[in-house]
Design a binder for this molecule. Structure first.
Ligand code: DMJ
Length: 643
């Protein structure tokens, strides 16, 4: 804009008439307001914005009880360490430089570098431009030491209905089933021994090149296969191997790493694995490690809404959204898959902050408007609004739904909000996504702003088991229907296996252009040792005792042996439709924690990790049902005895 000099008016303000001064001032103040307002529309990463807005912007949306201030109070941090929420700490401030825009593959699979292990399809794995506020909520170890004493392992054991490993380690009486179970145990030992020999301490084994893989999902943490295997080794009675794993945790698990981790992956594998190891064995080592790690994850929640971002630097506590997630959004399956582990962190530490963090997420999700009752996959951690209307029961959405029903079950059926949210989500899923193919197969389609994509991912095959375990607590008139739906989906997923040459299922299969449960694109044909189909067999076996589920599980064992077993471990394959397989040279840690564990449970008696006492996190780590009343009674009784 050009300002013209008015005739007879000097350039200095002194020469202006009163009305002119007024207009000028009005204009100036308008300009200032406009500039300030514009700051709100800048991306989070812009320095000016952080300087001017950090204090206000980072006030959490406490959508219910447990305000952030309360939460901070529980940390009992000395006052002088407090920052107003989100005011960048020195650490955070110095690390706000833009990250190098390198591609960040999140799954250890060369052929499928564009996917997270959780199935998160990624167009671009660059770290995003929006970094959040830095760590400001670190509780000291001393705080935890002081507060964690109150958990009693003995009382916890007394509140279980059954012994965790059953009367005889779950050994089935039927000789053929026992033989099959022994075979699975041998597969675990083989996978483990090779990992130990060639990749010890690394995250995964590369079985063809006989070396280890570290990757970049765990922020510099090592030994993912060890942590993921602890409970599997223990329940299989592989005690020498379990002892080696425990010793590694004792002497080598270094939690002081300083790298960028996926909050979701660290939570489901490391937090979940250590929690299970503790609950199964009572070894204090696992408890202290998991509490130390839990603390390091807390800064990820320092966002305006309390919805965590996907990536966290475990050293500085700085967090980011994934570069590929639209508009700096957080992913439903990631921030929605923390509940079980965080509630247990509170149990063990007696520190309510973990539960408060996940309850805050829950409350926001409960409150927010949902298109057709569905939960889209992308949510802004700044505004708390959906960013895109893509809904999927497979990658990006999957375990959010799983954690709703499991939160209810793990709370000893007291968490009514979780229950309501689960059943209304399921209703919306049935109304909008569940489809029947021309050939009569029931499947879960994906939803893109109202348009159906007739594709089902391998990841979505967990939903057979999920709907199965939730059937009994649904409305009375729906129970049988849910069990039938669970069986139909499991059947469809089995079909995706039987329709391939290798009898292993593809990453995604379609129901359009004449396809029925087969992959049509080359890029969907791979199998990376995923567990979801076998997971559903296991649950459906426990719920129905229909022998077909054990038969289907055995078919999978044979296919794994024939196509995925190589000389030095197990490997994923690039194309399930060809018998001359090409291996991807990666033994994923979830093969040890999930695929082999679910197979072993499928061929065991139901008293091995009985479902009356345990829920499995999304990485198949068993977590006990929390029986508050029993635990309180136990505590009262103890008190009375000691008085
Ligand atoms: C596992 O890490 C978990 O099951 C996760 O929820 C989804 N995907 C992988 C295995 O496929």
């Amino acid at each position: 804009m050009v300002f013209r000099k008015l005739p007879g008016v000097s350039a200095s303000g002194m020469g202006l008439r009163l009305s002119q001064k007024f207009v000028f001032l009005l204009f100036l103040s308008g300009l200032v307001t406009l500039c300030f307002g514009a700051l709100f529309f800048l991306p989070d990463s812009v320095r000016l914005k952080r300087i001017f807005l950090s204090k206000t912007e980072t006030q959490p949306v406490t959508v219910g009880s447990g305000s952030e201030n309360d939460a901070r109070e529980h940390l009992k941090r000395p006052k002088d360490q407090d920052h107003p929420r989100g005011m960048a700490s020195v650490k955070g401030e110095t690390s706000t430089k833009l990250k190098s825009l390198s591609r960040k593959p999140s799954v250890s699979h060369e052929a499928t570098e564009e996917r997270l292990a959780g199935g998160k399809a990624q167009e671009d794995l660059t770290l995003p431009r929006s970094k959040t506020e830095s760590a400001s909520e670190k509780a000291t170890s001393a705080d935890h030491a002081a507060s964690s004493d109150t958990f009693s392992y003995v009382k916890f054991k007394r509140c279980l209905l059954k012994p965790p490993l059953g009367s005889d380690g779950g050994k089935p009486s039927d000789p053929q089933t026992n033989e099959r179970r022994e075979k699975v145990k041998e597969m675990m030992k083989f996978a483990w021994d090779n990992y130990k020999q060639y990749a010890w301490g690394k995250n995964e084994l590369r079985p063809l090149t006989k070396n280890g893989h570290i990757g970049n999902m765990f922020g510099g943490l090592r030994g993912a296969s060890i942590i993921d295997s602890l409970d599997t080794l223990y329940i299989m009675g592989l005690m020498d191997e379990y002892k080696d794993a425990k010793e590694w945790v004792q002497t080598n698990l270094d939690l002081n790493s300083n790298g960028e981790a996926s909050l979701f992956e660290v939570n489901i594998r490391y937090v979940g694995g250590l929690l299970s190891a503790y609950y199964l064995t009572g070894e204090e080592l696992f408890k202290s490690k998991v509490l130390e790690l839990g603390e390091k994850l807390l800064p990820a929640f320092n966002t305006p809404t309390g919805i965590p971002r996907g990536v966290i630097n475990l050293g500085s506590g700085t967090s980011w959204s994934w570069g590929w997630a639209s508009a700096g959004s957080s992913i439903l399956a990631e921030f929605g898959t923390l509940h079980l582990e965080f509630v247990h962190l509170t149990e063990l530490s007696n520190n309510p902050i973990y539960t408060e963090k996940v309850m805050n997420i829950r409350k926001l999700l409960n409150k927010i408007e949902k298109p057709h009752g569905l939960y889209p996959n992308f949510l802004s951690p700044v505004s708390g609004n959906w960013v895109q209307h893509h809904v999927s029961i497979g990658g990006l959405g999957d375990s959010f739904y799983e954690y709703l029903i499991k939160s209810y079950l793990m709370s000893d059926k007291t968490d009514d909000d979780a229950k309501k949210m689960y059943y209304s989500a399921l209703e919306a899923i049935e109304a909008n996504l569940v489809q029947k193919s021309p050939g009569g197969l029931t499947y879960m389609a994906e939803w893109r702003g109202g348009i159906l994509d007739h594709k089902m991912g391998h990841l979505a095959c967990f939903s057979g088991g999920m709907i199965g375990i939730g059937a009994d607590d649904g409305a009375a008139e729906k129970r049988q229907h849910y069990l039938d739906l669970a069986a139909e989906i499991t059947h469809t997923c089995h079909e995706s296996y039987t329709r391939s040459a290798t009898k292993l299922g593809p990453e995604a299969f379609r129901f359009d252009s004449g396809a029925e449960a087969t992959a049509t694109r080359l890029s969907d044909r791979y199998y990376i040792l995923r567990p979801e189909v076998i997971e559903s067999y296991m649950y459906m076996w426990r719920l129905t005792h229909d022998p077909k589920y054990r038969e289907w599980g055995w078919e999978a064992v044979e296919a794994l042996e024939q196509h995925c077993r190589v000389e030095f471990g197990f490997s994923g394959i690039r194309d399930v439709y060809t018998m001359t397989v090409s291996h991807d040279n990666m033994q994923q840690s979830f093969f040890l924690s999930e695929t082999l564990k679910y197979l072993y449970l499928l061929f065991s008696d139901d008293d091995l990790l009985p479902l009356e006492d345990w829920v499995f996190n999304t990485e198949a780590h068993p977590l006990p049902i929390i029986r508050k009343i029993c635990l309180q009674d136990e505590a009262t009784q103890d008190k009375t005895v000691s008085e």
